[in-house]
Design a protein around this ligand. Sequence first.
Ligand code: IMP
Ligand code: MG
Length: 198
Amino acid sequence: MTLADRSITSTLAGTVETFAPDIDRVLISSEEIQAKLAEMGERITADYEGRQLLFVGVLKGAFVVMADLARYVRLPLEFDFMAVSSYGAATRTSGVVRILKDLDHDLEGLDVLLVEDIVDSGLTLNYLLKNLSARKPASLEVAALLRKTDIQKVPLDIRYTGFEIPNEFVVGYGLDFAERYRNLPFIGTLRPEAYRDA
Ligand code: IMP
Ligand code: MG
């Protein structure tokens, strides 16, 4: 754990909800995440200069990465959100994607950047790209903070990737297990007891 991660967990310790005991290990520290998002933000700023970009966030997981990434982009951005569900409380994909909330924007003619927390099997992203490209945006690219490389079931074109991680279930920085841990400032793995108690 880095200093910032430790201070967050120790601030929480002793309160009603304490996360530290549930975390097995910190995979990516908050400093590493911020440094990577700053890099991605620089690239996005350069690539979309002079254009009107719409950030599309996939709720709920992407709300944290979207908020932080957007603040490293020096362009006049617009935002929209979509909510989909591909998982229940379980840690394995069902392969079924449901749209729970659709976008407010009409995408026709817009430059769209889809912001994702994690690409696991790629089934969710594959579905979303098909769905969004049918709405005729001027361009459609993907920024994903995390990508599990070894297990993708479909070939995917992800323009901006933060970190490639092994095939392990992770929480924090927007990612949940049974709706918890989204507010951790780092990406970590859970101790087996945390799954059992859920
Ligand atoms: P995919 O369709 O298998 O690529 O799964 C994508 C979605 O599953 C993500 O947007 C997450 O909501 C969820 N997911 C996949 N892997 C993890 C993980 O390791 N931790 C938490 N959520 C995950
Ligand atoms: Mg989830």
